[in-house]
Write a new protein. Sequence first.
Length: 444
Amino acid sequence: MARLFGTDGVRGLANAELTPELALSLAASAARVLAAHDRSHRPVAVVGRDPRASGEMLEAAVVAGLASAGADVRRVGVLPTPAVAYLVGALDADLGVMISASHNPMPDNGIKLFAAGGHKLPDGIEDEIEAGLAAQATRPTGVGVGRVTDVPDALDRYAEHLVAATPHPLAGLKVVVDCANGASSAAAPEVYRRAGAEVVALHAEPDGININEHCGSNHPELLRAAVVEHGADLGIAHDGDADRCVAVDAAGELIDGDQIMAVLALALAESGELTKDTLVATVMSNLGLHLAMRAHGINVVTTAVGDRYVLEELRASGFALGGEQSGHVVLPTHATTGDGLLTALRLMSRMAATGKPLAELAAVMNRLPQVLVNVPVADKAAVAGSAAVRDAVGAVEAELGEEGRVLLRPSGTEQLVRVMVEAPAQSTAQAAADRLAGVVSAVS
């Protein structure tokens, strides 16, 4: 059987694959497993969600499951994923549950779990929770049943935390924020205003249906136009649960996660906060990021694709900054997971402190043209072991030298091999990627 947990919790089509029954059982099992690791007190769980319609149904099921296992529940309502992670620690809870499918379309939903302190669960704990779904557990009765209360000041607590983590006031900056009609619709405009910025809110009227619909970080086109129209200094686009962001400069040009990390890495290095002068990125980050960091004496440690692998490296080595090209950026001093609002605040703080426009700050990195070709294959293992593929990759790498990069990566979910090539010119990258795709297709 396929593992229930993916790289970011349990996700599926709400009420079809992700049913209320599954949500209830999953929550109850999580409460039992995490309570078993610490029986010194009655477990407490924080539950939040994004505004998609199915979240109301799934929240009810999750809350019922937790209470049925004897956990007291603190409901925080519609808040970003990183807010839930923060509140797990702030409320001294044992478990956090975020109901969201992030950037996925509205019909999908998901359940993300956090351990004490707001950290993502390790694989072993997820496996225990999954195994517990089939267990015939004894349920508490009477006073043993969990109680459910709301946390009316949840947004205030999160906002105060973020503003305190912003090193320079944002007075004088005008920002357009695209909230994707998602979990940041109330939080992001409020937080940016508290930090001192003038805010124009875009797609901040969720109705349960319109989350991620032609808006947010996956669709920044309207944001780019709005920044120019309003004469703003920048734009920020969040995804549905606001654990990431991308930016737009004053001219409407997109600034991706790699460029944001480059700006923040230099800021942290300047203030002495960049531990061991090291940035953590995934193998998909642009070569331009590596070259820019090398030019400024900053090391780049690479991980597999996925913010969980970035988080693991940050925690294991004590580094201060990491993230992905998609805009998941982690600042472990202030957050236990990717936080799009925190990232945006730190980016705007750098602009305010230096007096430089975003385009000038982002110009520290020259983003090389990147071509990605998905090649359908019959046997991914055959491609991995092919001498012909190795020789073809070696030949392209020799041609590109230090000015380009090649990455072949099998898909974790589909019968595909992803061929990625970066080069100084788009035509060079495209030709090399097409050539390698042909070799991969021939050997599979």
